[in-house]
Ligand binder design. Sequence first.
Ligand code: IMP
Ligand code: MG
Length: 180
Amino acid sequence: MISMSQIKILDKEFRISIPKAQIHDAVTKMADKMNTELAEKDVIFMGILNGSFMFASDLFKLIKLNCCITFVKVASYHGTSSSGVVKSLIGINENIKGKTVVILEDIIDTGGTLENIISQLKGYEPSEIMIATFLFKPEAFKKSYKIDYIGIEIPNDFIVGYGLDYDGYGRNLPEIYTLI
Ligand code: IMP
Ligand code: MG
């Protein structure tokens, strides 16, 4: 029999690894730090869809700054450049020029996705770009840019829940589960 702490999504089994209380504590610590450090800035939070929606929602409810929030998505398509797949940032409607953009990510793994987002964002001339990620896999990270806010560091294992998916499923889980 499968216990409650173990779940199956599609063909794979997962075990609970980060319970709700630990998630809530980590999000609260991030919000407290931001409320202190960003008080003098003109901030726009920028959630990266789909994965960050749950983290962004929980965090934003604890933010006490006078600030804005927007969401963008990274769309992959096959372009004509020699590199093959082009990833473009879609959904930037707000004017971010001169503002402090705080990117909200669900997870930074190798760091490649975010590096691409950062380089595209620079073209919109924000005064600065800061990075907040709920989860971080230090063993997988291959880049050198600074991450300003990290919720929880995790081992280099595949996880689902709290917005993160396995083939589109599992985003609704309120805890985080690790592939067995
Ligand atoms: P990166 O470009 O390697 O940093 O990967 C970042 C993206 O890969 C994230 O935004 C997630 O969508 C996805 N990702 C990385 N690790 C996991 C995981 O353990 N579970 C689910 N999605 C993941
Ligand atoms: Mg993501």
